[in-house]
Design a protein around this ligand. Structure first.
Ligand code: FE2
Length: 478
């Protein structure tokens, strides 16, 4: 071998080694722990006399107006509101044009006491038989009443585009208000709410007042588009020292869900279909082990999912199954052991949770071989597994969970302790764009952006060589 060819050979080997190193670096999926921490406002509730809670002057005008989906497929809404002075008439007038209400629906009214608090009259009214993809105007009660509108979703279709917002642990501070106002500018058409609504339970003796203020706080969004409710620990309100032993009492009186439409036996766990999504809501604080009603229902509901019609399978719960924050660390482990193998088997796309007051997104990983008593206890990459997203960063009075575990686990793709909300834009049966939007100096900043490929269609049609999610995270302000 000549000296020149020897040099060429060495140079070639060097370049090969360099390219292997470069490829490894590019291909590595190192997670990001963002050092950015944003807590713009103090973690205290907005005073009750603030305009954020302003109610109509008429003491018996409907207030705290909100809607949620009323059936399985999005052709019905449940409209809820409160009248303070007397029950009035529980009726909703609605139609296709403003000020012209050709139809009406009758609701029912209920109230409750909690220690020394007596609620107003809480109305719930099912409006069904609606057309898909249509704007309806509605007014509540008789006389010169308040008027609102909502839009029904498109017909169930695998390629129906639709945008959801995801909010958790909202509360009623100025940070909460910032989150809510940013969400309202996001283009989201329905809120997936992952539990812990008002934090009224922090007011032990007059918590109903803060339930009322929160109802008014979210009205500017919730009266015009459905909020899909999951319950959190702050909804439990089990307080035997006050004589209150019925769990979820204020929440269940005030907030309704269409649980019967999905054959559930409890309003705390249920499912809806909307556009191209099948959304399953679970209760972290209701029994879920084998043979319990929730376990049995979920077993059946997963079999009813038809990915040919609703390709996007999304699960909501309050307590995250994967969380590398020191707050609430491993609290979701028992539910993970029970349900995770189903999530992998049925190729759930996304699992959204709250509870931890920070943001975190996982890679597609699973730990189904580990059942607490045996197996390898560390999660592994799994292309059939969901992405787990914690978005408990709505901005409540308890403040941020600012301490992540020192080493970011391999399963954690992105984490940051700031307030914000997420949006999920379903584009068609194969693609969705997801963003987490940090509340940043009064501006909405897309901070963690990911393109998701559908778990059913991407793998079934082998449209892509790499079916894994493609990550395009970036920190906008860096
Ligand atoms: Fe919580």
């Amino acid at each position: 071998m000549s000296r020149v060819s020897g040099l060429r050979s060495s140079l070639f080997r060097f370049l090969c080694i360099c390219s292997v190193i470069a490829y490894s670096v590019t291909d590595a999926k190192a997670g990001i722990t963002s050092s950015f921490v944003r807590s713009e406002w103090p973690s205290t509730d907005i005073p009750l006399d603030d305009e954020a809670f302003i109610v109509p002057e008429d003491p018996n005008a409907p207030q705290q107006v909100r809607i949620t989906q009323g059936d399985y497929d999005g052709r019905a809404v449940i409209i809820s509101w409160v009248t303070k002075a007397d029950p009035g008439r529980s009726v909703v007038f609605y139609g296709l044009s403003e000020h012209q209400y050709d139809h009406h629906a009758l609701g029912y009214v209920k109230n409750y006491t909690f220690y020394n608090y007596k609620s107003g009259y809480i109305h719930h009214c099912l409006v069904d038989g609606l057309e898909h993809d249509t704007k309806y105007y509605y007014k509540i009660g008789t006389g010169d009443s308040r008027e609102f509108w909502f839009e029904t979703p498109p017909e169930i279709d695998p390629d129906a585009p639709y945008t959801f917002g995801i909010i958790g642990d909202l509360g009623q501070t100025y940070n909460s208000l910032s989150t809510l106002e940013h969400y309202m500018r996001s283009g989201g058409k329905t809120v997936l709410f992952v539990g812990d609504l008002s934090y009224a339970d922090r007011y032990e003796y007059d918590n109903g007042v803060r339930w009322d203020s929160w109802g008014q706080f979210v009205e500017k969004s919730a009266a015009y588009q459905p909020w899909i409710w999951a319950a959190g620990n702050h909804e439990i309100e089990y307080q035997p020292h006050l004589g209150e032993t019925q769990p979820f009492k204020p929440f269940l009186h005030r907030y309704t869900t269409p649980y019967l439409a999905s054959k559930s036996s409890s309003p705390l766990w249920y499912a809806i279909r909307r556009a191209s999504a099948h959304i399953i809501v679970l209760s972290s604080y209701s029994p879920f082990v084998k043979y319990t009603p929730q376990w049995t229902w979920l077993h059946g509901e997963l079999k009813r999912v038809d990915r040919e019609k609703t390709p996007w399978l999304i699960v909501l719960m309050h307590v995250p199954l994967y969380n590398s924050n020191e707050a609430h660390y491993m609290e979701g482990e028992s539910m993970r052991v029970v349900f995770e193998s189903w999530f992998v088997q049925y190729k759930v796309d996304l699992v959204f949770a709250g509870h931890v007051h920070a943001y975190e997104r996982s890679y597609r990983i699973s730990n189904i071989n580990y059942n607490i008593t045996s197996g390898d206890r560390y999660p592994v990459p799994d292309k059939s597994a969901p992405v787990y997203i914690t978005v408990g960063d709505g901005g409540n009075q308890e403040g941020l969970a600012g301490r992540f575990t020192n080493l970011q686990p391999d399963y954690s793709a992105f984490r940051e302790a700031s307030y914000g909300h997420s949006t999920l834009e379903l584009k068609n049966r194969t693609h969705a764009f997801y963003r987490w939007n940090r509340n940043d100096d009064g501006k909405q900043v897309p901070t963690d952006s990911v393109q998701f490929h559908n778990q059913y269609w991407a793998s079934n049609q082998k449209r892509r060589k790499h079916r894994h999610l493609r990550m395009s995270s970036h920190i906008a302000s860096c």
